[in-house]
Design a binder for this molecule. Structure first.
Ligand SMILES: Nc1nc2c(c(=O)[nH]1)N[C@H]1C(S)=C(S)[C@@H](COP(=O)(O)O)O[C@H]1N2
Ligand SMILES: [Mo]
Length: 334
């Protein structure tokens, strides 16, 4: 009797069928492409502009008072990433945000999200797992060593930042859940509460925000769940209290304010695939060779710099992750 090598569950990849483009419904089509235009086209061709603090706008009346502000100074363990790129400032990182649940205006998100209540908060880990669990956010903080990871964040709109995150590998939380062998993908979901997140009243998008990863991507050590940045707990605009950070993919994969993590058998849809599947694919690996239909992905604007930088394959993390995609046509699986 021959003994087959035991392959870890997270290395068993499912058949990767070529993604069928979803047929946009007639009538909804025009609205959807308008939404996509508003969503991701605004920054691409624009001249470099320094981020400024948003004008004062009041937070939703229903929001509970925010927790006591953290008055500690922002600190990080280094001043640059492993390529020598300097960190963006705490001010830049927390005042130029994509978080459509609050606003499509990056410079208004911080003000609009400021009273968003992030405690108490629970995160459910379920689906194809042996130990489905609803965790209190405070338990999650205590379960794993919190590490600092300095990562480049590259938005699909062709701007980028360098951010010193605190967090822990996503794979540790998934391992604790006891994934079953049929689990091939992970599906993430943001809180759905239009009173607290007024942007969810907009009919342009299929709320709540959802995202997904293939299981082996989720188990890669670079993929983290973040609880803080610059040594402070995440502020609401950054996706408090828990957000995903997948540094080799476009920023929209790094879903904020997560309430549900589900292991599933089939490739999940995301809000952006629903909005415009020809523009935002499931994989969304940073790739200077595959342009967005409406702009180049060959270069990017680093927030705080003038001029443009070349965009690196897998956002500079090819050595760690390119092997996940061996044999795949990355222009089709974009
Ligand atoms: N729930 C949710 N997550 C989200 C978004 C969003 O609108 N809603 N925007 C995404 C996009 S497009 C980017 S570029 C990053 C931005 O993260 P930052 O604002 O912390 O820089 O968050 C991603 N996660
Ligand atoms: Mo983005």
């Amino acid at each position: 009797m021959s003994r087959l090598p035991k392959i870890p569950w997270y290395e068993i990849t499912s058949e990767r069928t070529y993604l069928n483009r979803r047929q946009l419904m007639v009538g909804a089509g025009a609205a959807l492409s308008l939404a996509a235009l508003a969503a991701c086209g605004m920054d691409a061709p624009a001249a470099p502009a320094a981020p400024t603090v948003a004008e004062g706008e009041s937070a939703p009346a229903s929001a509970a008072p925010a927790a006591t502000p953290d008055t500690r100074e922002p600190t990080a363990g280094a001043t640059a990433d492993e390529l020598g790129d300097p960190l963006n400032t705490f001010e830049q990182i927390t005042n130029y945000n994509n978080f459509y649940e609050f606003s499509t205006d990056k410079e208004s998100v911080a003000q609009l999200a400021k009273n968003f209540p992030v405690s108490p908060w629970t995160v459910t880990v379920g689906g194809l797992v042996d130990n489905p669990t609803t965790y209190d956010m405070d338990d999650i903080r205590g379960m794993f060593d919190i590490e600092e990871r300095i990562y480049r964040l590259r938005c699909v709109e062709a701007w980028s930042m360098v951010i010193p995150w605190q967090g822990f590998p996503l794979g540790k939380l998934l391992a604790a859940a006891g994934p079953q062998s049929e689990a091939k993908y992970v599906r993430f979901q943001t809180l759905h509460n239009p009173e607290l997140m007024p942007g969810q009243k907009s009919a342009w998008y299929s709320w709540p925000y959802t995202e997904g990863l293939r299981m082996d991507e989720a188990m890669n050590d670079l993929a983290i769940l973040s609880t803080g940045l610059y040594g402070k707990d995440l502020l609401p605009q950054s996706g408090a209290p828990l957000r995903l950070v997948v540094p080799w993919k476009y920023g929209f994969k790094s879903i904020k304010s997560i309430v549900s993590i589900e292991l599933v058998a089939e490739q999940p849809n995301s809000l952006w695939m629903d909005a415009a599947s020809n523009e935002y694919g499931f994989y969304a690996n940073v790739n200077p060779d595959v342009n967005h239909p409406r702009w180049s992905q060959g270069s990017e604007r680093r927030i705080g710099e003038s001029g443009r930088r070349e965009t690196l394959p897998f956002n500079g993390y090819a050595e760690q992750v390119a092997g996940l995609y061996d044999g795949m046509d990355l222009s089709k699986n974009f």
